[in-house]
Design a protein around this ligand. Sequence first.
Ligand SMILES: CNc1ncnc2c1ncn2[C@@H]1O[C@H](COP(=O)(O)OP(=O)(O)OP(=O)(O)O)[C@@H](O)[C@H]1O
Length: 165
Amino acid sequence: MFCSRSSMMKKLLTLVLITRPNQVLLGMKKRGFGQGRWNGFGGKVEKGETILEAAKRELFEESSLKSDDLKEIGLIDFEFVGDPQILEVHVFTTSKFEGEPTESSEMRPQWFNVKDIPFDTMWPDDHLWFPLFLSGTKFKGYFLFEGHDKILKQTLDKVDSLPDE
Ligand SMILES: CNc1ncnc2c1ncn2[C@@H]1O[C@H](COP(=O)(O)OP(=O)(O)OP(=O)(O)O)[C@@H](O)[C@H]1O
């Protein structure tokens, strides 16, 4: 199979943010990448599935929620100094879902008021783009990290549409 240099260097990931009036559902990551931080639900896109399918699957695996209404709202590239692989994170949101948030081996879900989002215990990029997500504005971003706590470079732009739509 032919893989272009850019696709070889990219890892596709999903991130799903579930909302209800004035609240957002976050999960405390219990293990693996981003352990100890609140985040949306998501993970790696597996072979043979679309990005949207991966988003739905990870949402269900990590929170027990199902949704057929995920809308892509953001696209973020993350780069880490010393690592050639870019993480391409597709951010989805919906307020239409079924089920009760349930703790999984990976995530402990909790509703947060939008005025009370625990940015101090989240990835440092989140407080920069959450306002766009919360206001329903589509966005594209790029963040260069040194380690997991420091952003060295960033871009963040509002967009009218995202490539996969
Ligand atoms: C650097 N700044 C960041 N800011 C906000 N969110 C970030 C992030 N970097 C990664 N993310 C998200 O973190 C999850 C990791 O998922 P991750 O545990 O690696 O995937 P998956 O569940 O497939 O893993 P296992 O195969 O079980 O290890 C995934 O939603 C991804 O979008």
